[in-house]
Write a protein that binds this ligand. Structure first.
Ligand SMILES: [Zn+2]
Length: 347
């Protein structure tokens, strides 16, 4: 028999689905505030997975990933429990901002405290009401404003279970990321909960490849945890993920108008021309060249740059050519599915 699950004082027995609203401090207009929580609990006991998004309030792909995920019929056959929270920083979502209204970064405020700042209180509530029940977690992020990320999974990959889940997710690029002070990932790790961070797309934008790869990744992880039966899809993608050896940012050598010439996912060699920076008028141009060989996993999409600004994020790999092939296959499979209007062919 599965253990009782209580969220916000409400008992959620096995075999039930509920949508909850966790009360939050209201706005100064007296507008009530809540954090929506979706719980799908199977009859059979099993892992408890939280999936959350918009810890940074302007990172929207994850909200859409959770919206579509919750509609999947597969979840009616779930073993264990999924707790989905599409907007952890709901204040930031209202403001279309990464931060909380007190300008704090929620992902530097974990595990938080019930008597601390607004960010600390929100973090504390999330830890106590959600994370405390869970055995595993997936946190959905995007790049920052005007910065796109190639779909990638970050995690503490020297932890065996985290690495296993990261490989199951099904994106070609994995990054072994150190735990940051105050991050949700650090707070989860301290409680022995393996957690993945999915980073894909750009703040304040939807990216269809990132959204689809995210839904598929969560379902893949749930199958790997035996929360869902194995996929019946005949054609399983033969993708082998690769862990980056290291990564580095290429910064603007000068201020000016930036034109990028390589897309996300591009395979570049050291010194490959990545773009140019020009004066608004005149002939003077500076070249932006790759500092290392690798795959472009992040890039700036804003043509206005100041000297020193980060423009391209390049990850290097042991076997770069193989990774490049996998990235190409990954992108073309998803793009073809989108073009053919097929929602299910790859998920
Ligand atoms: Zn983020």
């Amino acid at each position: 028999m599965a253990a009782p699950l209580r969220i916000n004082g409400e008992s959620i027995p096995p075999g039930t689905s509920v949508n909850l609203e966790l009360p939050l401090p209201h706005l100064y207009t007296r507008t009530p505030m809540t954090m929506p929580v979706y719980v799908r609990r199977g009859k059979r006991s099993g892992p408890c997975l939280f999936v959350c998004a918009a810890v940074h309030g302007d990172e929207l792909n994850g909200i859409e990933i959770i919206r579509r995920l919750m509609k999947r019929r597969a979840l009616t056959r779930i073993r264990g429990t999924i707790i989905a929270v599409p907007m952890v920083n709901v204040y930031g979502v209202i403001d279309r901002s990464r931060y909380l209204p007190d300008r704090r970064d929620l992902n530097r405020s974990f595990p938080g405290s019930g008597r601390g700042s607004l960010a600390a209180r929100l973090a504390d509530l999330f830890m106590k009401e959600i994370v405390a029940h869970c055995t595993h977690g997936i946190d959905l992020h995007t790049g920052g404003m005007h910065r796109g990320n190639l779909p990638q999974v970050r995690g503490k990959l020297d932890d065996e279970e985290t690495l296993r889940l990261a490989r199951l997710f099904g994106v070609p690029v994995l990054i072994n990321a150190d735990l940051r002070d105050g991050s949700l990932r650090e707070a989860a790790a301290e409680r022995g909960i393996p957690m993945l961070l999915y980073e894909a797309g750009e703040a304040l934008r939807f990216d269809e490849v990132s959204i689809r790869a995210g839904i598929q990744g969560i379902l893949n992880v749930m199958r790997g945890l035996e929360m869902l039966p194995p996929s019946r899809a005949r054609r399983q993608p033969s993708r082998e993920p690769f862990v980056a050896r290291s990564s580095s940012w290429v910064r603007a050598p000068a201020s000016g108008i930036f034109r990028g010439s390589v897309p996300l996912g591009a395979h570049v060699e050291k010194k490959t021309l990545l773009g140019t920076i020009a004066e608004p008028v005149g002939d003077r141009e500076s070249e932006v060249r790759a500092s290392i060989g690798g795959i472009v996993i992040g890039r700036s999409n804003l043509p206005l740059v100041l000297e020193g600004e980060a423009l391209f994020h390049i990850a290097s790999f042991e076997d770069l050519h193989q990774v490049a092939e996998q990235v190409e296959e990954f992108q073309s499979t998803h793009e073809e599915a989108i073009e053919s209007g097929s929602e299910r062919s790859i998920i």
